[in-house]
Design a protein around this ligand. Structure first.
Ligand code: CA
Length: 219
């Protein structure tokens, strides 16, 4: 997922971009409103500071909305209700007030992108190479042989299977398979991945993407 951070203040933008990248996002940054309008093409979500040096953030928001349905989270230094209402009237999807924590922001980013996403096409019975995932029956087979998985192992495989070949970040896995507010070590995830690989009989089906997460091999 590609985010555009529109923020003129380096002291805020630099740690913010770093934190979002560590959370698994690809992040572009624009330091001005004009740059934001150029860079918005192709991003999946915009984080827009309203206090910009060149253009009025509200105009930037309105302009982006007039050309794109990309989700927008407005960032403001002030928390008063009029700003909040203004942000939403401009077509923003959510609103966050400075100072905010990275975790709070990531939770908003997830919530907004989930709402913006089209209905997920969760395939009931999905074949990926030698693997078949039957989500209705919660059964998994490899070469038509059933593999007995624990509930968490099944959920993990099912999540990776939603987009074979795509990396799912550790954080997202913890969030969706374990606890929506997970924060801390992810050792339990490694234990489940190891067990899943063993049960599937082919450790290369689930690939590790170092310091990011895991992906299901697409073939
Ligand atoms: Ca600013």
């Amino acid at each position: 997922m590609r985010l555009l951070v529109v923020e003129d203040d380096d002291a805020i933008a630099v740690p913010l971009v770093g934190g979002l990248e560590r959370a698994g996002y690809t992040v572009d940054r624009a330091a001005t409103g004009a740059e934001a309008l150029v860079r918005v093409a192709g991003v999946d979500l915009v984080l827009l500071d309203l206090g910009l040096p060149d253009l009025d953030g509200a105009d930037v928001c309105r302009h982006i909305r007039s050309v794109s349905q990309v989700p927008i989270i407005v960032v403001s230094a002030r928390g008063d209700e009029s700003d909040r209402v203004l942000g939403l009237e401009l077509g923003a999807d959510d609103y966050i007030v400075k100072p905010f924590g990275l975790r709070e922001l990531i939770a908003r980013v997830r919530a907004v992108s989930r709402r913006a996403a089209p209905e997920p096409d969760v395939i009931a019975v999905q074949r990926v190479g030698r693997l078949e995932i039957d989500r209705r029956a919660r059964r998994v087979t490899v070469d038509a042989q059933e593999v007995a998985l624990s509930p968490k192992e099944f959920d993990l495989l099912s999540l990776l299977g939603e987009d074979p070949g795509a990396v799912v970040s550790r954080h997202q896995i913890m969030d969706e398979v374990w606890d929506p507010h997970w924060y801390g070590p992810t050792k339990t995830l490694d234990v489940h991945v190891a067990s899943l690989r063993k049960k599937l009989g082919d450790p290369t089906m689930i690939e590790t993407v170092r310091s990011v997460g895991f992906r299901l091999r697409s073939q």
